[in-house]
Design a binder for this molecule. Structure first.
Ligand SMILES: [Zn+2]
Ligand SMILES: [Zn+2]
Length: 167
């Protein structure tokens, strides 16, 4: 995911627009049982401030995730705004990578770590296929989006049953 700064380096105080279409890192998604359906589409404007390269962009892609309620796979489109600060190695020792800067040498800067982080932050922890997904019945395993089951009545807490009669 490299940006070629050959032109921009010659023009301090100017910006350049870059387009990239790299593949996403699947290991980002393997933990949640997902994968990338589409490659990433990255649009990023980088400004050469004279000392650093300031990037603001948007990442678009589509993921396949597993619904945490009904366990079905579904497509989840993403559009993520992100920022990266790129610093050329010879511009001083006072920048360190753990402050969120991406250090580069030569004419090309690799933004993969910044992109991966932005995508990772955008992956839902408990993905759901749709807001009103009814999920699987914990008793019989029936997908309640397709067909209701009759387990609910039987699993009612007995204490609530008693309350019903008090009224
Ligand atoms: Zn679902
Ligand atoms: Zn059931």
């Amino acid at each position: 995911m490299k940006l070629d700064f050959r032109k921009l380096k010659l023009h301090p105080r100017e910006s350049e627009l870059f387009y990239l279409q790299p593949r996403g890192s699947d290991d980002l998604l393997s933990e949640v049982g997902g994968r990338f359906i589409e490659p990433l589409a990255i649009e990023i404007v980088v400004e050469n401030t004279g000392t650093i390269f300031d990037g603001r962009g948007i990442i678009k892609t589509e993921l396949e995730l597993t619904c945490s309620r009904c366990l079905k796979k579904f497509a989840h489109p993403l559009a993520i705004e992100f920022e990266v600060t790129l610093v050329e190695n010879n511009s001083g020792d006072h920048y360190s990578p753990d402050e969120g800067f991406i250090i580069f040498q030569g004419d090309e800067a690799d933004i993969r770590s910044g992109v991966d982080e932005a995508v990772f932050m955008a992956i839902p922890i408990s993905p759901i296929c749709r807001e009103d997904c009814q999920g699987l019945c914990p008793v019989c395993g029936q997908d309640k989006n397709i067909l209701a089951c009759s387990c609910e009545a039987e699993t009612l807490d007995p204490r609530w049953e008693k309350l019903k009669y008090l009224e």
